[in-house]
Ligand binder design. Structure first.
Ligand code: PMT
Length: 400
């Protein structure tokens, strides 16, 4: 998704430097060619070696070191950049760039480049709200530099407020959106659920199912590659989250999944519920491990909320809602009933009795049922290829 894009990552000396390591790693995983410039202060927190290992490129910092890898290094980096990203950006570096000061490799490159510059301020909230910093930020944005707004929360100085560096996935998502504007889903917010939920019985046991998360993760990855801003809400899974997500939320129970989904539903243009949500949960969760004294054990269950049904009831006209139906019998009838009952735009019917289809497999066998009664059948395919087919269908619905 960032294949071959050359990103010069400027890293300045703040406590959030550790997040820059993850930013470099995420950009690299998306295919970007990342070149890191560190200030002297940044090197007090993290060594060059870390960034060199992660990016596979030499790290630049010293203006006067013998030139080993680039001709006139700051000019070469300035010319090579498709984008320059400064994260974290301290008050000091923001001030320097705002005033055209070029006294180290990072500020010199920032002055010399004509590539778009993104900067993510990170500092104590009083430093951030200080008039000098605010004016400097305003100066930079008025000159066309792109501000990545700081987040609020607990700060390293022990206080709370605005000034945190946003999470690496959010920063990478901004860069990803910049390059992927114009793609079929750019500007769209997609919410995907994946994997099974777990309902605790006691501290060591739970009710669960065989969902691995593969289908949902493939859908989230496909949405990212189509330029969408993607939130993935996932039950327990051993898979790595696709790169480029706006948000990755791990949940355990249906209740937690419901809370995560409901709070983000308003902003979503497209919702796909590929998760295998437990329909029931234990009525009482035992405080201690239940002993196996009795020959028989009856567990009382109560119904979990049907998240998809609730979404169907709340759905606005311009939102697209896609469900899955995992069936072992009467595939079409059962899936059709869910399509109607949950007010979906279409449903992906999954015959989970077939070999290499359904739970915990690389491939799947699906039929797409639409509201007009149409049924589109697909042969056994990789879940990543089916994700493409599902998004092709979503884009057709969007055109209507
Ligand atoms: O994760 P994998 O190993 O790749 O497996 C993929 C899959 C088989 C899990 C996936 O393809 C699939 O079929 N997911 C839906 C599984 C399921 O729970 O189906 P269902 O028929 O029970 O539910 C119907 C729909 O309602 C689903 O979209 C489900 O997310 C939703 N639901 C169900 C119950 C509930 N309490 N809340 C819900 O939102």
């Amino acid at each position: 998704m960032l294949d071959g894009k050359k990103i010069v990552l400027g890293v300045t000396g703040g406590i959030a430097v550790y997040k820059a390591v993850e930013i470099a790693s995420r950009l690299r995983k998306l295919g970007a060619d990342v070149h890191v410039i560190m200030t002297r202060a940044a090197k007090e927190f993290v060594t060059e070696l870390t960034f060199r290992e992660i990016t596979g490129n030499p790290v630049s910092s010293d203006m006067f070191a013998p030139v080993a890898h680039y001709n006139v290094e700051h000019i070469a980096l300035a010319n090579l950049a498709d984008v320059m990203l400064i994260a974290p950006a301290t008050a000091n570096v923001i001030a320097k760039i705002a005033h055209g000061v070029a006294d180290d490799m990072l500020t010199t490159t920032a002055l010399a480049t004509v590539a778009p510059i993104f900067f993510a301020p990170s500092m104590n909230s009083n430093m951030l709200s200080n008039v000098a910093t605010q004016e400097n930020i305003k100066t930079l944005t008025s000159r066309g530099l792109h501000l990545i707004e700081p987040a609020s929360g607990h700060l390293a100085c022990g206080t709370s407020g605005k000034g945190r560096l946003p999470e690496p996935c959010e920063i990478v998502s901004v860069i990803d959106s910049f390059f992927n504007e114009g793609k079929s889903l750019s500007g769209k917010n997609v919410l995907v659920t994946a994997a099974g939920t777990r309902e605790p019985i006691d501290p060591v046991r739970y009710i669960g199912n065989r969902s691995s998360g593969r289908m949902g993760y493939a859908l989230a990855g496909e949405a990212v590659s189509r330029g969408a801003s993607v939130v993935l809400v996932s039950g327990p899974s051993s898979l790595e989250a696709p790169e480029g997500l706006k948000e990755f939320i791990k949940v355990e129970t249906a209740g937690e999944m419901r809370a995560a989904v409901m709070s983000r539903f308003r902003d979503a243009d497209i919702v796909i519920k590929a998760a295998a949500v437990a329909d029931y949960r234990a009525k009482v969760i035992a405080e201690n491990k239940i002993k196996k004294n009795a020959e028989e054990w009856t567990l009382s269950l109560e119904k979990n909320p049907d998240i998809l049904k609730e979404l169907g009831e709340k759905k606005r006209g311009n939102q697209i809602l896609v469900g899955f139906a995992a069936e072992t019998q009467n595939l079409i009838e059962n899936a059709k009933a869910k399509l109607e009952k949950k007010n979906l735009d279409f449903i992906v019917a999954n015959d989970v009795t077939k070999p290499n289809a359904g739970f915990n497999t690389e491939t799947n066998l699906i039929k797409i049922l639409s509201r007009d009664g149409g049924v589109e059948e697909f042969p056994l395919m990789k879940k990543s290829d089916l994700a493409k087919k599902i998004f092709e269908r979503i884009e057709k619905v969007m055109e209507k």
